[in-house]
Design a protein around this ligand. Structure first.
Ligand code: UTP
Length: 406
């Protein structure tokens, strides 16, 4: 794209501020900026104001297979799952492309050291959890790690320096997720530097399209992978490729499964599993109104009691069919470094929007979703914040409870 084409494009979208410093740039910087401008997806700006968050259908409660039922059927579920794992029909995707801004750690969240008397990274702890499964099955599944452009190199290096935590290197595959432009509250796209447009990871909803775009689909096809288990980096008790979960979902004929916990309180900050117009759906906590959060059944239990833990199993055939379904973007208010009157500023408070698609929005494109209730103390220890709720402290306590030496 040349300067004239870029100017015409930006005029059409009211974004000519991106060329403010063009006259000060050398040739290399100019071509960098023009190439960034060419990559901008302007359509994300139409999501400012939360138009993706509006309720689109009738919301009703969704059931889940309870922890007690799972316990009763564990043998049956586990052997079905182990069989699929032994046939290499299951792979996992670690979502590690986020920026972890709430934790305030300067590096990929997975590298955060949760150890007390010895070093133990979040990545390391999750790999230890994986070994519990591979010991049972005697097989190593393909593990895809989605990074963001900002943390890809350092994440790869960390795995390499740690000898992939003992996992076979040829079964670990890194890929980078796509990005979206950031903007101020008026919708003006930011420059990160005089010669670079400000882009941020476009949310965890893009995990499958980015996997396909990166060429990893070939591995999935070649190996005949039928199910993909995706999980977030921040839960240190994450059970990855849990055979019982895989077996229960496969036997249920649902196209996906979601590990859920019973919410501890109406206002707990977890997405809520429900039905929307009779189809499986997840409403994020910030989109659920008070009535929905507080509604109770006759026995006193919360009507919408199942919170998702960001551990899902998706059937590949259904993912392929849903690939063209365009997920909505959510506008998130964030502090974003940007150029301001010739100077690069790094605000501490939100100054504009980042745009993210969410994995929760994929669920409604699936033909059935099995809610699978797990025991919170055994499987849910998210690290979102440095202190307080869902923090390093609470996660350490839960790890100790599960016999992990810190
Ligand atoms: P969060 O929603 O907690 O976002 O991610 P975050 O960016 O890590 O943290 P904050 O909000 O800035 O504090 C949930 C999971 O989704 C992944 C994260 O790495 C985490 O595993 N994620 C999030 C991505 O892979 N890509 C993204 O663009 C966003």
């Amino acid at each position: 794209m040349d300067y004239t084409a870029a100017k015409t494009l930006l005029e059409r979208h009211g974004q000519t501020q991106l060329l403010d410093y063009f006259g000060e740039l050398d040739e290399k910087q100019r071509s960098q900026l023009l190439s960034d401008i060419e990559k901008i997806d302007f359509s994300v700006l139409s999501y400012i104001g939360g138009n993706s968050n509006k309720r689109r259908g009738k919301i009703t409660p969704a059931p889940a297979v309870s922890a007690e039922e799972i316990q009763k059927n564990r043998g049956k579920y586990e052997s079905a799952g182990i069989e699929l794992l032994r046939q290499n029909k299951v792979a996992a995707v670690l979502l590690a492309g986020g920026q972890g801004s709430r934790l305030g750690f300067d590096g990929p969240k997975g590298m955060f050291d949760i150890g007390v008397t010895h070093p133990l990274s979040i990545f390391g702890q999750q790999m230890n959890n994986i070994f519990e499964v591979t010991k049972k099955t005697g097989e190593f599944f393909h593990l895809f790690i989605m990074t963001g452009a900002q943390n890809d190199e350092v994440t790869r290096k960390f795995f390499k320096d740690n000898s992939y935590f003992g996992y076979p290197e040829q079964k670990i595959h890194f890929y980078i997720q796509s990005v979206a432009p950031t903007c101020d509250f008026k919708g003006k796209i930011y420059l990160d530097t005089k010669s670079r447009v400000s882009f941020a990871p476009n949310g965890n909803g893009g995990w499958y399209s980015s996997l396909i775009d990166s060429g990893m689909g070939e591995i999935i096809n070649k190996e005949g992978v039928e199910w993909i288990n995706i999980y977030s980096v921040d839960n240190v008790l994450q059970r990855i490729c849990d055979p019982a979960f895989i077996g229960a979902t496969a036997l249920s004929n649902c196209a996906c499964g979601a590990k859920v916990v019973k919410k501890v309180a109406p206002e707990e900050k977890v997405g809520i599993l429900c039905y929307e117009d009779g189809k499986p759906s997840i409403i994020e906590y910030y989109d659920a109104d008070d009535e929905m959060k507080n509604q109770r059944d006759a026995d006193g239990q919360l009507t919408y009691r199942y919170g998702v833990t960001l551990n899902y199993l998706f059937r590949v055939a259904d993912l392929n069919a849903a690939l063209d379904a365009k997920l909505p973007y959510h506008d998130a208010q964030k502090a974003i470094a940007h150029m301001d009157k010739g100077v690069r500023v790094t605000p501490k408070e939100p100054c504009g929007f980042k745009f993210e698609t969410l994995v929760v929005d994929m669920v409604k494109f699936m033909n059935g979703c099995l809610g699978y209730e797990v025991v919170r103390e055994r499987e849910f220890a998210p690290i979102k914040n440095a202190t307080g709720n869902d923090s390093v402290e609470t996660a350490r306590e839960l790890l100790k409870l599960n016999g992990v030496k810190l």
